[in-house]
Design a protein around this ligand. Structure first.
Ligand SMILES: Cc1ncc(COP(=O)(O)O)c(C=O)c1O
Length: 444
């Protein structure tokens, strides 16, 4: 009892500077978890909290799954760390092959890093270097999208489109431009799945090409479903149109699948759901079901091949991380992919999608609900903001959900986001949206 109290209850909250959190409010009334299993977190007091957010969009197989835990333990005993600069270990190759087999078409070369942010920076650097090694070094511009979230590295915030993530941090990367956001409440409110309206917004890429010249543009990066900005699925046909314009102008298309990868939209990758093949895919989060940090980039073989020239003993890409393909992450990744496959979790997400959408949309007529969007096992619920206090209503909803209802959910501004582990049952979906309904009533 004594020792678990020491382990589980921090006695001083001061030193830890929490990320993306109002620290003073948190430290006055912390939301702490001490354990987890399958669909639940447990507070230090032992209260169960239903996980409505897969942790942070990452625990797609649920928590503390026995096979994943055992694989991590075994790996820690066998090989704790190995460099992958000039050396390697078998599981790095094995996991790369498994991921390549899940990726569409000829996306079959995998570069590992440790997070979504690093994956984005890696993809942007590969795109720039790819053009450089092919003699098109003038292609230096990167195109992102308004409201896009691509992590917090300087590359990611430059192509990202969320003002608070950008405005404090100087001039960012030069030579970046942005497509318009794809969301319009007027045209899309209460859409289940991909909205009918908005494909034409992809044509803005033609305008950007006309402005800068195709020969200056290296890559376009978009999330197939923008998660962190409030669950914005791509409009029907939008991604095909982006693909066609990129092809026309020799621009690489990057799908940031840090959230959408590994089953969130009912497929290994959203690229498969949409039948659109990008040139590079970023991934993180679900690759290890959140159990050990890992991220990466999947590249078309032709992109990899473009680098494989010159004397054989020279380094082809001057990029990498100390922990690229960390053995614990590789072991966790292999075990997570086994769980996804053996339990058919991607298909499960696809099967549950209609019931999930139905349960979310049942909240439509609650007071203050402005819009609900769903796609895969993901829902975004926009609440009306309190006057002069944007974000306050959703913050209270999240806090009440945790303390009063035993539910973890995500917020961004006044949007609530739900994205449970793919093992969620229909009964738990109903329970989750009942809880959400009660907190919405309580805060409006
Ligand atoms: C699309 C996308 N890209 C990148 C990231 C950044 O990932 P990380 O927090 O692991 O750096 C996220 C995180 O939510 C994301 O949603």
């Amino acid at each position: 009892m004594m020792s678990s109290e020491i382990i589980n209850r921090p006695n001083d909250l001061e030193a830890f500077w929490l990320p993306f959190t109002p620290n003073r409010a948190f430290k006055r009334a912390p939301r702490l978890v001490a354990g987890s299993k399958d669909m639940h977190y447990y507070t230090p007091e032992g209260r169960a909290v239903l996980d409505g957010t897969s942790g942070l969009w990452c625990s797609n197989a649920g928590h503390n799954r026995n096979a994943i835990v055992a694989a991590i333990k075994r790996q820690a005993e066998e090989l704790d760390y190995a460099p992958t600069f000039q050396f390697a270990h078998a599981k790095a190759f094995e996991l790369a092959s498994r991921i390549a087999a899940l990726a569409p078409a000829d996306l079959d070369r995998v570069f590992f890093c440790n997070s979504g942010s690093e994956a984005v920076d890696t993809a942007l650097k590969i795109a720039l270097a790819y053009h450089h090694v092919r003699g098109e070094g003038g292609r230096t511009r990167l195109i992102g999208r308004e409201r896009g979230y691509h992590g917090v590295g300087f590359g990611g915030i430059s192509v990202g489109g969320i003002v608070n993530n950008r405005r404090f941090f100087g001039t960012l990367l030069a030579g970046v431009d942005h497509l318009p956001a794809t969301y319009s409440r007027e045209h899309q409110a209460f859409s289940k799945g991909e909205p009918e309206w908005g494909a034409h917004l992809a044509d803005e890429l033609e305008r950007i090409v006309s402005l800068h010249g195709a020969s200056t543009i290296a890559a376009v990066i978009v999330e197939p479903m923008a998660g962190s900005t409030g669950v914005l699925p791509a409009p029907k046909g939008y991604l095909d149109r982006l693909r066609a314009i990129c092809d026309r102008h020799g621009i690489l298309l990057i799908f940031d699948e840090v959230i959408t990868g590994f089953g969130r939209l009912g497929h290994a990758f959203a690229a498969e759901r949409y039948g659109v093949t990008p040139d590079l895919i970023t991934f993180a989060k679900g690759v290890t079901s959140g159990s050990v940090p890992m991220g990466g980039v999947i590249a078309r073989q032709s992109i990899y091949d473009a680098f494989m020239r010159g004397p054989e003993q020279t380094i082809e890409l001057f990029h990498g991380y100390t922990y690229s393909a960390h053995p614990l992450a590789c072991a966790a990744g292999l075990a997570a992919l086994d769980v996804y496959r053996d339990e058919g979790l991607f298909e499960r997400a696809r099967t549950l999608e209609p019931a999930f959408a139905e349960a979310a949309m049942a909240l439509k007529d609650l007071p203050g609900v402005l819009d609900i969007r769903t796609v895969g096992l993901t829902a975004g619920i926009d609440l009306a903001s309190r006057s002069g206090a944007v974000g306050a209503r959703a913050y209270e909803a999240m806090d009440r959900a945790f303390h009063d209802e035993g539910l973890m959910m995500r917020i961004t501004g006044d949007t609530l986001a739900l994205c449970p582990p793919l093992i969620v049952s229909e009964a738990q979906i109903a329970e989750m949206f009942d809880k959400v309904g009660r907190v919405i009533r309580a805060v409006t």
